[in-house]
Design a binder for this molecule. Structure first.
Ligand SMILES: CC(=O)N[C@H](C=O)[C@@H](O)[C@H](O)[C@H](O)COP(=O)(O)O
Length: 227
C-alpha cells in the first residue's frame, strides 16, 4: 500500500482547485498552491486533472495527493472522476488516493466498478458522498475513505455551513471519514476533528482567492458606518 497513512491521521488536506477559468486556473499556479499548502503544514493536497497531479507529484515526490478528474457530462450530473480512464490516468500520474463521486445518480460507470478499478491500481479509493447511504454502499465496494464532499450539491441551493449532521453519521459507521465541503474556518476544522473526522479537506477558503475576497468585500459593503 503506497498511501502515506501516518501522514493523514488527523490531517489537513488542501484542495487546490482555483475558480474555473479564473486568473488562477493555471497549471503552474496549482503546483505552487500545492507547494505552499504543504509548506504551510498541510498533510496532503487534492488536485483536479491528471496532468496537474503529475506536475505536483514531480514537484513534491513525497506529498500525499488525492487526485480527481472533473467533467461536465451531457447526460449525467456526476462530475467527479466519472470514467475508468480517469482512474487510470490519475493512477499513472501518481495520485495516492483517487476520489470518485459516490452518489446514487445516473452515471456512465457504476461506483462499484470505479472503486474496484482504483483498488486494482493499488491506490486508496475515496468516496465523495452526499449522504450516509452513499457511504455505506461505497464501503461495501471497498472504499477506504468516505467524505462529506457532495452534501448539499445534489439539488437545490447549497447551504453555507458544513454538514455536521452527516459528518456525525459517517463517523459512527465508517473508520476513515474526510470532512469536506464548506469547512471554511480553522474552527470548523477543529469541530470536525472533535466529532471524529479522520481528516479535513479545505478548498475554497485557502485556494479560491476570488471567493474569499468576495466574503471580505461583502462584509464591508453592509452597514459601513459613516465617519
Ligand atoms: C461539490 C464539489 O464539486 N466539490 C469539489 C470537489 O472536489 C470542490 O469544488 C471543493 O472545492 C472541495 O470539495 C473542497 O470543498 P470547499 O471548497 O467547500 O472547502
Amino acid at each position: 500500500m503506497q498511501v502515506r497513512d501516518e501522514k493523514l491521521s488527523g490531517g489537513l488536506i488542501v484542495s487546490c482547485q482555483p475558480v474555473d477559468n479564473g486568473p488562477m486556473d493555471n497549471d503552474d499556479v496549482v503546483k505552487r498552491l500545492a507547494q505552499a499548502a504543504i509548506a504551510g503544514g498541510a498533510d496532503g493536497v487534492r488536485i483536479e486533472n491528471a496532468r496537474r497531479v503529475a506536475q505536483v507529484r514531480e514537484a513534491m515526490p513525497e506529498a500525499l495527493i488525492i487526485g480527481i478528474v472533473k467533467r461536465d457530462l451531457d447526460d449525467s450530473p456526476v462530475r467527479i472522476t466519472p470514467y475508468l480512464e480517469d482512474v487510470a490516468a490519475l493512477a499513472t500520474a501518481g495520485a495516492d488516493v483517487i476520489a470518485v463521486d459516490a452518489t446514487d445518480r445516473d452515471r456512465p460507470v457504476p461506483v462499484k466498478d470505479l472503486i474496484e478499478a482504483i483498488k486494482q491500481q493499488g491506490k486508496w479509493a475515496m468516496a465523495d458522498c452526499s449522504c450516509l447511504s452513499d457511504a455505506l454502499s461505497a464501503m461495501s465496494y471497498g472504499a477506504d475513505i468516505v467524505g462529506s464532499t457532495l452534501s448539499g450539491y445534489t439539488g437545490g441551493p447549497p447551504p453555507t455551513e458544513p454538514d455536521y449532521k452527516l459528518l456525525e453519521q459517517l463517523v459512527s459507521h465508517c473508520p476513515k471519514v474526510m470532512a469536506e465541503g464548506r469547512f471554511n474556518t480553522p474552527q470548523d476544522c477543529a469541530k470536525a476533528r472533535s466529532l471524529g473526522a479522520w481528516a479535513v479537506t479545505v478548498g475554497t477558503a485557502i485556494t479560491r482567492t476570488e471567493v474569499v475576497t468576495g466574503w471580505f468585500a461583502d462584509a464591508l459593503n453592509t452597514d459601513w458606518p459613516s465617519r
